[in-house]
Ligand binder design. Structure first.
Ligand code: ADP
Ligand code: MG
Length: 361
């Protein structure tokens, strides 16, 4: 198990200064695949570099199992790392690149080459062993970097945006491959990415970072269904969650979300503690949790269609309330069969219980 305890990293060394990582706590189980996900500059790479031992924390502790590793050199940590740029040695062949970490550990050449060959087979690059990195495609270079990271059978695999230089199609194949290899080897893996789809698709758990702090750490479906705060709610999901300003009010016994453009009566099984009444909230609904309904539906909200965008698999419809009082358009997804044009009046409703409330007071 890997444990990060109150990790702080300030590049200027002063704890009071600008912190790239700011009191980060994280536990990663043996064999687990964990993603650090967040916008650019949130501290993902810095965290990974501290795990690798290439950077020292300004404060806090890093444990591999029971062992405190803050001052353990990278070469003594039993980790494999793939950098965003791959960082292959251009003057070395693929064979020598993959064998490099083994040679560094004074493993005899013949044995190192044999193991390089073995690892190259797992990654299906054994036909490329005599080439130099410049003679490889981006996807092949990526595999060589993976093979080099895995050749010494590391306990921990660290991946920093390993797919960011691949085209969209190849990315999908490579990510499945990385997950398959990880599962078959059982190696504890931490991947840094800003690509939410990638993180959610292949990870056991995802840590969402912002401003050097973990916002939420949970399994993908839990992050998506139960975002703990506004940042997580708006960061995850595409198209993003609708977030409408509102207030919780008690209207003759019913609890109602009141916004500038519509009202929403909370279902019986979602009744809140009375102390919430009167609070300012954000009312969150994901675009796929809004459906077009019949005018006579008792939950129908009238909306005017502003824009219709074709996504291929369906349509993204942007609507506003009929009085034009809402500050932002509401996004919803419909199938291609529905005939909807800008200017139309439609009725929409929230799928049963598919809403989120964020306390803004
Ligand atoms: P991410 O990988 O999430 O994009 P980083 O960990 O690279 O973010 O960076 C986190 C913050 O630390 C950023 O504000 C960045 O500008 C800063 N930073 C990164 N590397 C250095 C460095 N070598 N010296 C000073 N500041 C740095
Ligand atoms: Mg980075």
């Amino acid at each position: 198990m890997i444990t990060l305890k109150n990790i702080v990293k300030a590049y200027d060394g002063k704890q009071a200064g600008n912190k790239a990582v700011d009191g980060l706590n994280l536990e990663i189980n043996k064999g687990e695949f964990v993603a650090l996900l967040g916008p650019s500059g949130c501290g993902k790479t810095t965290t990974l570099m501290m795990l690798a031992g290439l950077l020292k924390p300004t404060a806090g502790e890093i444990y591999f199992g029971e062992r405190l590793v803050n001052h353990v050199e990278p070469k003594d940590r039993n980790i494999g790392m793939v950098f965003q740029s791959y960082a292959l040695y251009p003057h070395l062949t693929v064979r020598d690149n993959i064998a490099f970490p083994l040679r560094e550990r004074k493993i005899p050449k013949q044995e190192a080459y044999a193991r390089a060959k073995e690892t190259s087979k797992i990654l299906q690059i054994d036909h490329l062993l005599d080439r130099k990195p410049s003679q490889l495609s981006g996807g092949q270079q990526q595999r060589v970097a993976m093979a080099r990271a895995l050749s010494k059978n590391p306990e921990i695999l660290l991946l920093d945006e390993p797919m960011s230089n691949l085209d969209a199609r190849l990315k999908l194949d490579v990510r499945d491959e990385i997950r398959k290899i990880q599962l078959s080897l059982g190696v504890t893996t931490i991947i840094v990415t800003h690509d939410q789809e990638e993180a959610l698709a292949i990870s056991d758990r995802v840590a969402i970072l912002n401003g050097g702090k973990i916002q939420q750490y949970a399994a993908p479906h839990e992050l998506f269904n139960y975002p703990i705060n506004l940042f997580v709610a708006s960061f995850l999901g595409s198209p993003p969650m609708n977030l409408v300003d509102g207030k919780l009010e008690d209207k003759s016994g019913d609890q109602v979300v009141v916004t500038d453009g519509f009202e929403y009566k909370l279902p019986e099984d979602k009744i809140l503690d009375r102390t919430y009444m009167g609070k300012t909230i954000k009312f969150g609904i994901r675009p796929h949790d809004l459906v077009v309904c019949d005018k006579n539906d008792n939950q129908a909200i009238p909306m005017k269609v502003d824009l219709v965008e074709h996504l291929g698999s369906g349509k993204l419809v942007k609507v506003t309330d009929t009085q034009g009082k809402l500050e932002t358009m509401i996004r919803l997804l419909t199938d291609n069969e529905k005939e909807i044009q800008p200017g139309d009046l439609i009725y929409i409703k929230v799928k049963a219980n598919k809403f989120h409330l964020f306390d803004m007071t």
